[in-house]
Write a protein that binds this ligand. Structure first.
Ligand SMILES: *[C@@H]1O[C@H](CO)[C@@H](O)[C@H](O)[C@H]1NC(C)=O
Ligand SMILES: *[C@@H]1O[C@H](CO)[C@@H](O)[C@H](O)[C@H]1NC(C)=O
Ligand SMILES: *[C@@H]1O[C@H](CO)[C@@H](O)[C@H](O)[C@H]1NC(C)=O
Length: 363
């Protein structure tokens, strides 16, 4: 109860409520979302047609999260257009048959979680149906023959058990359970997924999650020592928060906090306190990784929602202030670059999705 006393004292000390104290906090994400719409293609519903497909699923998630947090319904028309157009069979993977069944399990995962949020906003069962179909599709790539379980990442080559696909799957299964009264099916799948993940070896001795597993010829797997991308530290936090809501098992929160704290205190991932993607150092981030930091902070905020005392508020505020002051296209622009520590580099959709998710997380 100590935190409640602290909040109470903080309120007494200020002359206005926190919501009134910072109207810009609500304005900045809206301005960044409006700027992000400069990438939006009404014809196919993609935020930047030439960017990777999953980036649109992620831009959609960031936009939906803004509406979920503020009560705004301003961008529902774009969201409906995107779901309508992009639920068609994918030109590069027609055998998936559409409804976001892609050629890699993580691509499906991003879209399925956006569908869950769209269901939260609209109550329209169609979006829950997409998420259920996507869960079934992802689970069809679960196999016990190597690594004692887990979902494979790349579908055409049927290979690579990695962190991101399995984190997305855990979060999806737990999210479905939390939205389907009386469900036991998705809860047992979420538990199966977490039991496997925590024993997989992907969480290393520093409480950070490496990219995936390497498989020996006898089917035994071990941590491959791959990069500790920020999104791999992120999606697990949102997944554990959903599983905690389902089970009230506090050990899930302890694990999540260890991972989150490992990032926020890491000299590697948070040098000088600012979240930094490992690829920023040599400008090798490509077209995917600039979106990763936004995914981390989105999920950090979801974890914070089930913890007392907003333990990550200060960290999120520090990121926001830094990105706003040092990483925009001029002092009046609303498009953000790669490095939240600055300087601004270039305008591009994955960078902007990260900024939007950051500004929304800090709301
Ligand atoms: C918008 O989408 C359509 C359909 O995919 C495509 O033909 C067109 O080139 C896109 N426009 C831009 C500006 O990318
Ligand atoms: C894989 O193993 C899990 C237990 O870890 C079990 O629940 C599941 O049914 C198994 N799946 C298959 C296809 O054998
Ligand atoms: C930011 O970049 C966009 C796209 O290039 C441009 O339209 C806008 O004018 C820029 N804003 C400022 C304030 O420079």
């Amino acid at each position: 109860m100590k935190w409640q006393a602290a909040v109470f004292l903080a309120l007494l000390g200020g002359s206005v409520t926190p919501a009134l104290a910072a109207p810009w906090k609500k304005l900045r994400p809206k301005m960044a979302i409006d700027a992000m719409l400069s990438f939006y293609n009404q014809t196919d519903g993609r935020w930047s047609t030439e960017a990777p497909w999953w980036i649109t699923g992620n831009a959609l998630q960031a936009t939906l999260d803004y509406m979920a947090k503020t009560g705004s319904r301003e961008y529902i028309p774009q969201a409906v257009n995107t779901f309508t157009k992009q639920s068609a069979p994918l030109p590069w993977w027609p055998s998936g048959g559409g409804d976001f069944r892609a050629d890699s399990t993580d691509d499906t995962g991003w879209w399925s979680l956006a569908s869950v949020r769209m269901f939260d906003l609209t109550g329209d069962q169609q979006y829950l149906t997409y998420a259920k179909e996507d869960e079934a599709y992802m689970y069809s790539f679960w196999s016990n023959d190597t690594c004692q379980g887990g979902i494979i990442w790349d579908i055409p080559s049927r290979s690579y058990k990695n962190a991101i696909s399995n984190e997305l799957y855990l979060k999806l299964a737990a999210s479905l359970h939390n939205r389907i009264p009386g469900d036991t099916f998705y809860l047992s799948r979420a538990k199966q997924s977490w039991t496997w993940f925590k024993n997989s070896g992907m969480i290393n001795g520093d409480n950070l999650i490496n990219d995936g597993l390497s498989e020996a010829s006898n089917g035994i797997c071990s941590n491959n020592g791959g990069q500790t991308w920020t999104y791999n530290q992120g999606v697990i936090l949102g997944g554990l928060a959903e599983l905690y809501k389902a089970t009230r098992d506090r050990s899930l929160l302890e694990t999540a906090r260890r991972i989150a704290d490992a990032v926020t205190t890491s000299a590697f991932l948070s040098p000088n306190g600012i979240l930094t993607e490992p690829c920023e150092a040599d400008d090798s981030c490509g077209s995917d990784a600039p979106a990763f930091k936004g995914i981390f902070v989105r999920n950090l905020d979801e974890l914070q929602d089930v913890l007392p005392g907003n333990p990550y508020r200060k960290y999120l505020d520090v990121q926001t202030t830094s990105a706003y002051n040092l990483d925009r296209n001029s002092s009046t622009g609303n498009l953000y670059g790669l490095k939240w520590a600055g300087p601004f580099d270039e305008i591009e959709i994955a960078r902007q999705t990260s900024a939007v998710s950051l500004l929304v997380a800090a709301l």
